[in-house]
Design a protein around this ligand. Structure first.
Ligand SMILES: [Zn+2]
Length: 313
């Protein structure tokens, strides 16, 4: 993994670039998972109520050798296999039922901290790993019962499957991700401008990219067109994929697009979006200078905005 503290560029995506081998063909064998947990070099990430256990300032996440994590593995209510890092096993241990102070003490850390609170000092692959641990354990906590028959479920495949324990049902549940689209809408006519919106609850100058969840039986491109039209009244034509970002807060996948407007008249919906405006590159640069940043530090929205600003023309 990349050394902690390696800062990413403005256009690098947080929680992306995970470098571990998820070994999905091996983790289906429980004997292999058990042997990997017991192997020399295997490490364990303790997680308490969606938070890492950390030490120091800036925070460094606690990741322990499994050989010295007996008390954690004993206290863990769900130990899941994450993958192999240079051949060595990586697991996450769920400590949420414990008192927070007890979880921190067991892990030998100083405090519990959400990965989003210290993502700025993490390299993207490290943030991806911590987010992966958080997201997978969150799923386990919320899939304890079968959605079909209500019976208890049990974990399998190293923590990547939960099976209904009712023999007549036996439904298999796999971790879910919920896709959302996020888009930078660009004007078709010069001067080139982008459409940003101020959402309910944001600061008076808190303009950001548009975003929304994908509907049932809806393509990503159609979701982009629908969300932009609903929130701003602007119609868009061409929709081009820009990149994606795992977003385990708690179970999202952000899919980023550039979209070209075919109309320019703006009508904010007044519900989710209080105001929407077109910005030239100069105006966006001024906004960035006034606010000290564009978008949330770890968001793909920031990536879309900075990528657009860095282009010429
Ligand atoms: Zn069931």
């Amino acid at each position: 993994m990349t050394a902690p503290g390696a800062r990413r560029r403005e256009t690098a995506l947080a929680y992306s670039g995970g470098t571990i081998d998820r070994a999905s063909n091996l983790r289906t064998d429980p004997a292999w998972v058990d042997a990997t947990l017991a192997a020399a070099g295997t490490r364990v990430i303790p997680v308490w109520q969606d938070r890492c256990i950390v030490s120091g300032d800036p925070a460094v996440p606690v990741i322990l050798p499994a050989s010295g994590a007996g008390a954690i593995l004993e206290a863990s209510v769900e130990t899941v296999f994450l993958g192999l890092d240079d051949g060595a096993g990586l697991f996450a241990a769920e400590l949420s039922p414990l008192e927070g102070s007890r979880a921190v003490e067991l892990a030998g850390g100083e405090r519990a901290l959400d990965v989003r609170a210290f993502v700025s000092v993490l390299a993207p692959p490290e943030a991806a790993l911590l987010g992966y641990a958080r997201g997978l354990l969150y799923w386990h906590r919320h899939q304890q019962y079968c959605g079909t028959c209500g019976s208890r479920t049990s974990s399998g495949h190293g923590g990547h499957l939960r099976s209904c324990q009712d023999e007549g049902c036996a439904r298999l549940h796999f971790p879910r991700v919920e896709p959302a689209v996020i888009m930078l809408v660009e004007s078709a006519e010069p001067p080139r401008r982008c459409l940003l919106a101020r959402h309910r609850g944001s600061a008076p100058d808190g303009f950001s990219t548009l975003a929304g969840f994908v509907g049932v039986s809806e393509s990503l491109e159609d979701a982009v067109r629908r969300e932009v039209a609903e929130e701003t009244g602007v119609l868009v034509g061409t929709v081009t994929y820009q990149g994606s970002q795992g977003w385990p807060f708690p179970s999202g996948l952000m899919v980023g697009f550039r979209a070209t407007a075919v109309t320019e008249a703006v009508t904010a919906d007044g519900e989710e979006v209080l105001e929407a405006r077109w910005f030239t590159r100069g105006q966006l640069t001024e906004l960035a200078a006034a606010r000290g940043r564009l978008g949330r530090e770890d968001s793909i929205g920031r990536y879309l905005l900075h990528s657009w600003l860095e282009e010429t023309g």
